[in-house]
Write a protein that binds this ligand. Structure first.
Ligand SMILES: Cc1cc2nc3c(=O)[nH]c(=O)nc-3n(C[C@H](O)[C@H](O)[C@H](O)COP(=O)(O)O)c2cc1C
Length: 378
């Protein structure tokens, strides 16, 4: 579970995602009839039963055998979207063959542009209506825990890992029946059975060169809805929308990329101010309860994506665990709405938040400081 839990470097951003959400206070309202509360809404035009989507999580199938299919089924039965990661263990086709309704696909741009295009074409062929393009992984943030644990596909067999496997026998037996143990979307690109080669290939395909032109290229290839994920700066949000994004997903990758980046709670209102009039804005990183969802809605998000909170459910009870996690979030959100006098998740009062998260330094102030220092030197 370290793989799921960890953040990058000193995990400052991982912790701040939570502490900033915890510091937010609601304005309580009691003079309102809240007997009927509507949680349903739309995300890029798709109807959802609550303002939540299951975000992309790589190697989901290592948490529970065929985890991608199980999480997708749980999401579909609940009425929320499931986003399949490029780096899932099961391929786009594996999942498409095993679920009844459509799912969304997340793209990590590959250095080999022909392969990026191939992934886009495969997602189209599988009937995915929405592409989530992750822009915050030009290079990978270092997660020391993963390096220490010998994480990979398959994992290194250290004494600690062997002990962990034998002390979870039902997981280990279930894993023996997995459709795949390696990165399914890359299966045709490495020698069959050569897992080491494949893990190397996945790493080597990370592309540090992508920019707005690459986003425009993806836009030209993708006819469906396009969500740009990993936005944490209002300027990047404007550039994404100018380049054809249908929506932006404010995210710091759950504290797994740039450590000491601000929390998403801190940056969300600025990004909503920058592009909220032109496009829908979603957010992730740190959602652990329905109250967190309402806080993010109060800060201007239309919906939240979740990562660890559904993966914990998956790791505990497979598909039933994901369903349980979604049920808990729904109940908590509904209670929080009732106690704040909110009856419709699409009509959040502008004054719902009594106290917001910490204020960032205004860029103008930073500029003044720099010029002051220059003057001192002069
Ligand atoms: C174990 C793990 C694997 C992830 N893999 C991916 C991935 O393959 N693609 C991606 O865009 N984001 C990935 N993410 C980031 C999530 O989509 C999401 O941004 C993050 O989990 C949100 O934070 P939360 O876990 O606090 O909800 C991953 C996150 C975790 C925890």
């Amino acid at each position: 579970m370290d793989y799921v839990e960890a953040g990058s470097f000193a995990e400052i951003t991982l912790k701040e995602n939570r502490s900033d959400l915890d510091s937010i206070r609601f304005r309580e309202r009691v003079m309102v009839d809240v007997s009927n509360r509507k949680l349903s809404t739309t995300i890029v035009g798709s109807a959802v039963t609550m303002p939540v989507a299951l975000g992309p999580v790589g190697m989901c199938g290592a948490v529970w055998s065929n985890g991608e299919i199980l999480a997708c089924r749980a999401a579909q039965e609940f009425g929320v979207p499931f986003v399949l990661s490029t780096n899932a263990l099961l391929s786009i086709e594996d999942v498409a063959q095993s679920v009844e309704r459509n799912f969304w696909f997340q793209l990590y741009l590959q250095k080999d542009r022909g392969f990026s295009k191939e992934l886009i074409d495969r997602a189209k062929a599988a009937g995915c209506p929405v592409l989530v393009l992750t822009m915050d992984l030009h290079v990978e943030g270092i997660r020391y825990v993963d390096a220490h644990n010998g994480l990979g596909a398959p994992p290194k067999l250290t004494p600690a890992n062997i002990l962990s496997i034998v002390s979870h026998p039902s997981w280990a037996i279930a894993m023996l029946h997995s459709k795949r143990w390696t990165f399914g979307n890359y299966a045709d690109r490495a020698k069959p059975g050569n897992v080491k080669d494949m893990a190397k290939l996945v790493r080597s395909q990370l592309d540090p060169s992508f920019d707005t032109k690459t986003l425009q290229w993806v836009r030209s290839l993708w006819p469906g809805r396009l969500i740009v994920k990993g936005i944490l700066n209002p300027d990047d949000a404007r550039m994404a929308v100018d380049s054809g994004a249908d929506a932006v997903l404010v995210s710091n990758h759950g504290g797994r990329q740039l450590d000491s980046a601000p929390s998403t709670a801190c940056m969300l209102p600025r990004i909503v101010k920058a592009v909220g009039g032109r496009t829908e804005v979603y957010v992730d990183s740190g959602v652990r309860s329905g109250l967190d969802i309402l806080k993010f809605l109060g800060l201007g998000a239309r919906a939240c994506f979740i990562g660890r909170s559904y993966i914990y459910g998956l790791g505990a009870y497979g598909q039933a665990g994901v369903t349980k996690a979604l049920e808990i979030l729904r109940e908590e959100l509904s209670i929080a709405m009732a106690l704040t006098g909110v009856t419709d998740a699409t009509e959040i009062p502008g004054d719902l938040i009594f106290r917001g998260p910490r204020e960032p330094v205004e860029p103008e102030q930073s500029a003044t400081r720099r010029s002051n220092r220059k003057q001192e030197k002069d």
